[in-house]
Design a protein around this ligand. Structure first.
Ligand code: CA2
Length: 151
C-alpha cells in the first residue's frame, strides 16, 4: 500500500515569495510543494500538500492524516506554532509522527517566537534551513520509518 506523508502549512505561508525575502527567501509555496514532491518521490512516498489560514482546518488535516493512516506529518504551523493549544492537542491525540519545520530560525527572532506549542509533542523539530528544511524533514521522517530510497 502507498505510504503517504502530509505536509501542512499554516497561516500566511501562501504569501511566501511575495514579501519579507530577507526572512523567508524568494521561493513561493508552489516551489516548496515541488521540492517536497521530489523529496517524497526519492523515498517512494505519496504526498498530500496543504496550506490553510484557519486553525480548525489544520486540526482537521491532522485528524485526516490519522484517518488515512499517513506515515507522518511535516508541519509548519506558522504563527499558530506560538499560540495554538488546539493544534498541539490534535498532534498529541494522533499517533502519527509530526516533524515541525520553520523556514526561519525562530530562536534568532523575537522572544514570542521562541515558544513552540508544537515542539513538545513533535517527534522532531528543525528551523533555519530556509525551504530546504522541508526536504530535510521528509528525509528525516523517511529515516525514522525506514522508507525505501530510490537511488
Ligand atoms: O519561519 C517559519 O517558517 C515560520 O513558521 C513562519 C511564520 C512565522 O509566524 C513563524 O514564527 C515562523 C510566518 C509565515 C508568514 O510567511 C510570510 C511569507 C511571506 C510574506 C509574508 C508572510
Amino acid at each position: 500500500m502507498a505510504k503517504t506523508v502530509y505536509v501542512l502549512n499554516g497561516p500566511n505561508l501562501n504569501l511566501l515569495g511575495t514579501r519579507e525575502p530577507k526572512t523567508y527567501g524568494t521561493a513561493t509555496l508552489a516551489d516548496v510543494e515541488k521540492l517536497c514532491r521530489a523529496a517524497a518521490n526519492r523515498h517512494q512516498l505519496e504526498l498530500e500538500f496543504r496550506q490553510s489560514n484557519h486553525e480548525g482546518a489544520i486540526v482537521d488535516a491532522i485528524h485526516e492524516a490519522r484517518a488515512k493512516t499517513a506515515v507522518g506529518i511535516i508541519l509548519n504551523a506558522g504563527a499558530y506554532t506560538h499560540a495554538s493549544v488546539a493544534i498541539r492537542d490534535a498532534i498529541a491525540a494522533v499517533d502519527v509522527p509530526v516533524i515541525e519545520v520553520h523556514i526561519s530560525n525562530i530562536f534568532a527572532r523575537e522572544p514570542f517566537r521562541h515558544v513552540s506549542h508544537v515542539a513538545p509533542v513533535a517527534k522532531a523539530s528543525l528551523c533555519g534551513f530556509g525551504i530546504d528544511g522541508y526536504a530535510l524533514a521528509i528525509d528525516g521522517l523517511a529515516a525514522l520509518i525506514g522508507a525505501r530510497r530510490k537511488d
